[in-house]
Design a protein around this ligand. Structure first.
Ligand SMILES: O=C(O)[C@@H](O)C(=O)COP(=O)(O)O
Ligand SMILES: [Zn+2]
Length: 211
């Protein structure tokens, strides 16, 4: 897929996320690796439902934004994650309802916010480490994400009291991962107070999961 096609696909999938309520207003940001060795990024303050393919921010291979809209204030954490995850082709940051609700709970286990109870969560995400709260745009988010992404093979990280960051090999994969993860968080809240059957360590290992 060339960069023009990647930009079109990014706009299409971001609009789809917005239309289905995974993002509201100006919340969230998305990036993909470009063919020339840089990135296409959602502009800061933009609404995921109203992007235009020729109005995305282009970051050159030298790391500098090309003339045009200013990049997301979180691009720094996207870049740091790409540095430690060469296989990642896209990153999606959302404030989706159930994951953000989860991120606001006190005493979340730092290594994994959702203990597996369905196989698809294990297959797509693995597990989900928690990054402490920092103000949006803080360079510390990128520092902690990079450190966590080095230590853990997880495909998603929960930003405490903020939202979620999800990786994928390309934009379709990252969006699929984000949708699955939001659904898993929704199930967790639906099942609150019920006796939940968690997958066993052997079942998780069979799926290629575990720490
Ligand atoms: O929560 C925030 O403020 C940011 O993390 C965010 O989601 C939107 O910021 P921009 O991408 O700069 O619009
Ligand atoms: Zn955010």
């Amino acid at each position: 897929m060339n960069d023009a096609a990647k930009a079109e696909r990014m706009v299409q999938l971001c609009r789809s996320l917005f239309d289905r309520g995974y993002s509201v207003g100006g919340a969230g940001n998305v990036s993909v690796r470009s063919d020339e060795g840089g990135f296409l990024v959602t502009p800061t303050g933009s609404c995921l439902g109203r992007l235009e393919a020729d109005r995305l921010t282009v970051i050159g291979p030298d790391g500098a934004p090309r003339p045009g809209p200013k990049p997301s204030k979180e691009f720094e954490f996207h870049r740091k994650l790409y540095d430690v995850r060469p296989e990642a082709g896209a990153i999606v940051h959302l404030h989706s309802t159930y994951l953000t609700a989860l991120s606001c709970l006190e005493d979340l286990p730092r290594d994994n916010a959702i203990r597996p109870f369905t196989p698809y969560y294990v297959m797509r995400i693995g597990y989900m480490p928690v990054i402490p709260y920092y103000r949006p745009g803080s360079p510390q988010i990128g520092e902690d994400l990079a450190e966590a992404a080095r230590r853990h093979k997880a495909q998603a990280f929960l930003l405490a009291s903020h939202g979620v960051v999800v990786l994928g090999k390309d934009i379709d994969d990252a969006v699929n991962n984000a949708e699955e993860l939001e659904e898993t968080a929704k199930l967790l809240f639906l099942l609150k107070g019920e006796k939940l059957h968690y997958l066993t360590d052997a079942e998780i290992a069979e799926l290629g999961g575990g720490y």
